[in-house]
Design a protein around this ligand. Sequence first.
Ligand SMILES: Cc1cc2nc3c(=O)[nH]c(=O)nc-3n(C[C@H](O)[C@H](O)[C@H](O)COP(=O)(O)OP(=O)(O)OC[C@H]3O[C@@H](n4cnc5c(N)ncnc54)[C@H](O)[C@@H]3O)c2cc1C
Length: 429
Amino acid sequence: MLDRRTFLIAGAAAGLVAPGAARAQTSPAPARIAIAGAGAAGLSLASRLRGRMPNAKITVIDAKEEHYFQPGFTLVGAGLWEPRDVVFPNADFIPRGVEWVREAVAEFDPEGNALVTTGGRRVAYDFLFVATGLKLDYAAIEGMDPARIGQDGIASIYAGPEAAAASYRAIEDFIRTGGVGLFGRPPTEMKCAGAPLKITFITEDLARRQGRREAVELIYNAHSDVVFTVPPVNAKVHELFAARGIAVNQGHVLTAIDAAARRATYRMAGGEVTLDYEFIHVVPPMRAPDAVRASPLPWQEGALAADGWVEADRATLRHPRYANVFAVGDVAGVPRGKTAASVKWQVPVVVENLVAEAAGRAPTAAFNGYTSCPMVTAFGKAMLIEFDYEGTLTPSFPFIAPLEELWISWLIEEKGLKGAYRAMLRGLA
Ligand SMILES: Cc1cc2nc3c(=O)[nH]c(=O)nc-3n(C[C@H](O)[C@H](O)[C@H](O)COP(=O)(O)OP(=O)(O)OC[C@H]3O[C@@H](n4cnc5c(N)ncnc54)[C@H](O)[C@@H]3O)c2cc1C
């Protein structure tokens, strides 16, 4: 049982509990605020804005009735949690007084300060928060059908709660059968870049605990020359992989799988390579959702343009071409920051600045790129990795060393995050 102090330490260390929130000012402005997406960012925004702008007319647009606690997918994939542990009804988190339109946004019209839903409803706004998360582009991998997750040695904890549970079954089958297991990540921006590494460590640990480590050969196919873009973390993961006999290939981008033959094709600088496997954990390319990509909102040039990430100032998350538009969460076209822990620090920044402006004060809050994820390295062990835009490690607590495998960091992953996350959705943390 987790006591309150441990919970607070865990949540705070995970970047999900604000240490001592200041008394917040409110704004009486009767603004029309639209929030596209009711995920981690959208619900958290709705809660905070409801409290800080009591006269605003707030509309949340999202067709999804169920909310997924995605950080928990890793624990479902590890066989520790059930799918029901990571699914909440969205309705429980829509604040009173906020309208929820149960449709998706089909079209963004920032010139006309409006959006259009899939049902044809036009929602006019004074301020728009784009919080649609991202699209998992499984179709970009030839032969990859998410419906096959759990069969033919295919796993992918990203595809949803049931897929994460099916991935655990695929891992268990693989450990029983033995053979080559392939892991890796896509070449695009992605949410929780630690998760592909975590599932590799978990598979290795499960095989060892079941006395089957010698029966499996584990290979991590990195898309570039690093397994993690923060240098000290990259070095540490390499060290741990080497100690556990997990091989690393560099510059391997998964382009196709032949599920029947259990063969994967990778693009490399010098051409293609195919690898036979018994088991593969697929992490698909990730892009902005189609409605966002088709709109004028994405970056028009630069590294973040091709996949449609919303153009945003990296400190304020404000759109440089449409000053009444903000991008929050995974869809924001900023370097780093695609974790729920980042959302925790992004939402207060945009809300604080909006309230300040409505009161005639200068907006001064800034997001520093905070990104965090407890990197599970075995059952009962994790490293609490926290860093900013510059890739500088930003540990929340001096007694939790970021590059050490610690039980407290595991506790944060297993016990602390969910409660802190739910508090964040309610605007309380
Ligand atoms: C396997 C895995 C492990 C992870 N581990 C961690 C971790 O350990 N720590 C951590 O901090 N983070 C982790 N994350 C990342 C974290 O879950 C995301 O960064 C976070 O959920 C982002 O919040 P968001 O609101 O931007 O997107 P989401 O929470 O994905 O919500 C997006 C919402 O937008 C909606 N939407 C999409 N398109 C439209 C549209 N056109 N119109 C209206 N609504 C739309 C969707 O239905 C959805 O409800 C993990 C994620 C995964 C998948």
